[in-house]
Structure formats: C-alpha cells, structure tokens
Design a protein around this ligand. Structure first.
Ligand code: THU
Length: 160
C-alpha cells in the first residue's frame, strides 16, 4: 500500500486592486454579467468571463429553469458559447464570481463545470488561468484548470 498526496497551489489576492489590470478587468466583467443572471430559483447569481488569446472578452451567467436540472452554470454558459463560435481560439483566463455568496471564500466551480473547463483546456496549447473572486473579498488565482480537478475523468478509449 502506498499513500499518495495531491497538492493544490493557488495565489490569494486580498483585494481586486492587487490583480494585474487585465485580470481585474476580467473579474469586473464577471461581476457585471452576474447582474444579468436568470436565477429566480436559487437567487444565487453567478457571472463568468473569459479572455481569449486575441484579447477578446466574453461573459455569461447562470441560466436557471423551472425544471431545475435544465439550468446551466455561468461557466458553461460562456464556455459553450465561445467554443460554439470561436472553436479555433484559445481561452487564456476565466473569472468567476457570485455576488450573493455568504461564504468567506470565493465561489468555486461545481464538479460538472470543472470537468468541462478541464476538457476545454486539454484541447488547447495554453493553460486556462482561473480567477475565483469574492465580492469585496479575496480572489484566488489558479495557474491552470486541470489542478482544480485532480484525477479528472479521461478515458482515451472513448475516442477523444
Ligand atoms: N452556479 C454557477 O453558475 N456556477 C458555480 O460555480 C456554482 C453554481 C449556479 C448554478 C445555480 O444556478 C446556482 O448557482 C445555485 O447553485
């Protein structure tokens, strides 16, 4: 028997002012788009913004439905839009925020979104830097998405 350990490192910035200006701008876009979320059931708006390798920024938010499982998280709203419209572009950064969160930590992507972000990252040459922001609080910066999903499902036999 062996015990193996997986470590996850990230940077914590106490205030948005400490971020690089392009990271701060991406976080601002995520905050802006959270305000347009359709989340009447959870009352938990989430905003996500991505920066492409050519400098363009796109954003999306959670879109819920009376049939609860039909709802989509903010991360997948924007990632699916970008992959559908700009399949040749690489995503260099993703910012996520949930303004109504009462947690002392920034919002963290759900497991399904982590799986999706990881696969998008695996299709491109560059990592996706992930910024998780708490309103008026800290921002966590992860240098890639893969680290957020240790032992991710990846089955070569499925034909990817
Ligand atoms: N949600 C997101 O959009 N992204 C996350 O990272 C966490 C959760 C949404 C899903 C649902 O609309 C609401 O937040 C409550 O779970």
């Amino acid at each position: 028997m062996k015990t193996r350990t997986i470590t996850l490192s990230y940077e914590e910035f106490e205030h948005i002012n400490e971020l690089d200006s392009s990271d701060a701008l991406l976080v601002e876009k995520a905050i802006e788009t959270a305000a347009k979320s359709y989340s009447p059931y959870s009352r938990f708006p989430v905003g996500a913004a991505v920066l492409l390798d050519d400098g363009r920024i796109f954003s999306g938010n959670n879109q819920e439905n009376l049939s609860y499982p039909a709802g989509t998280c903010a991360e997948r709203t924007v990632l699916n839009f970008v992959k559908a419209n700009f399949p040749e572009s690489s995503i260099v950064a993703l910012a996520v925020t949930a303004p109504n969160s009462t947690s002392s930590h920034p919002v963290t992507p759900c497991g399904i979104c982590r799986q999706v972000i990881t696969e998008v990252e695996s299709l491109q040459a560059v990592p996706i830097r992930v910024l998780l922001h708490k309103m008026n609080g800290p921002t966590y910066l992860f240098e890639n998405a893969r680290g957020l999903l240790p032992l991710a499902f990846e089955e070569a036999g499925l034909g990817k």
